[in-house]
Design a protein around this ligand. Structure first.
Ligand code: KIV
Length: 298
């Protein structure tokens, strides 16, 4: 059992400085998936506000509340022995004031069991990140395509394609690293820009839709397993086909139920065999510690 992966351990895995393997991260939203990914050995799990789309069926992440992220983070924490757990700060839980942001990050850690938090944005978050980090809240940044700004960005579109936009995203990442983020997610930018940012900052970059030049990658757990067949953006790879396998399994179940095949004898319980008639028990016999209260049903 490798033991808990800590913020300093993640921070120390800056791949571009030649210090070992790239970081492999996923999103998770419940205990079953957390157990699966933790057993597989991922470095960190993000309880992303993507749960609004993956779990709740919204078309964006905007509706997700802090209480919902806390609820899902608690479930993930219960299923995780080793991976680091990051709680995502949802839209409007940190944008209104420094105090509000600090208080809500604290709730994610105190009530949800998150070991660090993630915020989306750039330069404008420098002061908030600095205050959080000084208070003992480790922060992961998130630059490039910012799903919480889907309307401002005109959709889920690749960012930083022209020079000016690329410079601005590079500055965002530099300000966040300078403010104390221990890692920065780079989402939806051209691969050369992500590589440039990775060389420019001294904390790990975690890519999603940002090419292979980052220090690590993150993928939505449902996408990784091929559970989400609603859409498959270019940057997603299905490493399994759980949706198709699930369809086959569910159809087999329906057939067996309808045909009276399931449940079989091996899934069913019988009556307890009648006990042989015995002398009436003594009513003054003491109950011993080994007297069973319940027994298995045959
Ligand atoms: O909410 C989320 O899942 C994310 C990842 C895609 C990085 O922010």
């Amino acid at each position: 059992m490798p033991g808990k992966i800590t913020v300093p351990a993640l921070r120390g895995r800056k791949a571009t400085r030649g210090q070992g393997d790239k970081l492999a991260m996923v999103t998770a939203y419940d205990v079953t998936f957390a157990r699966l990914f933790d057993s597989a050995g991922v470095d960190a799990m993000l309880v992303g506000d993507s749960l609004g789309m993956v779990i709740q069926g919204y078309t964006s992440t905007l509706a997700v509340t802090l209480d919902e992220v806390i609820y899902h983070t608690r479930a993930v924490a219960r299923g995780t022995a080793n991976a680091h757990i990051i709680g995502d700060m949802p839209f409007m839980s940190y944008q209104t004031s420094l105090d509000e942001g600090l208080r809500n990050a604290g709730r994610l850690m105190k009530e949800g069991g998150a070991e660090s938090v993630k915020v989306e944005g750039g330069k404008e978050l420098g002061e908030l990140v600095h205050r959080m980090v000084r208070t003992g809240i480790p922060v992961m940044g998130h630059v490039g395509l910012l799903p919480q700004r889907v309307h401002a960005m005109g959709g889920f579109k690749v960012q930083g394609r022209d020079d000016e936009a690329a410079e601005s995203i590079l500055e965002d990442a530099m300000v966040l690293a300078e403010a104390g983020c221990y890692a920065v997610v780079i989402e939806g930018v051209p691969a050369p820009l992500a590589e440039r940012i990775t060389h420019a900052i001294d904390v790990p970059t975690i890519g999603i839709g940002a090419g292979v030049g980052c220090d690590g990658q993150i993928l939505v757990g449902y996408d990784l397993l091929g559970l989400n067949n609603a859409m498959k953006p270019r940057f997603v790879k299905h490493f399994a086909n759980f949706y198709d396998d699930g369809l086959v399994a569910a159809r087999a179940y329906i057939d067996e139920v309808r045909g009276g095949v399931f449940p079989g004898a091996e899934h069913s319980f019988g009556l307890r065999p009648a006990a042989p008639r015995a002398e009436p028990a003594r009513t003054d016999a003491p109950l011993t510690a080994s007297t069973p209260a319940y027994g298995p049903t045959h």
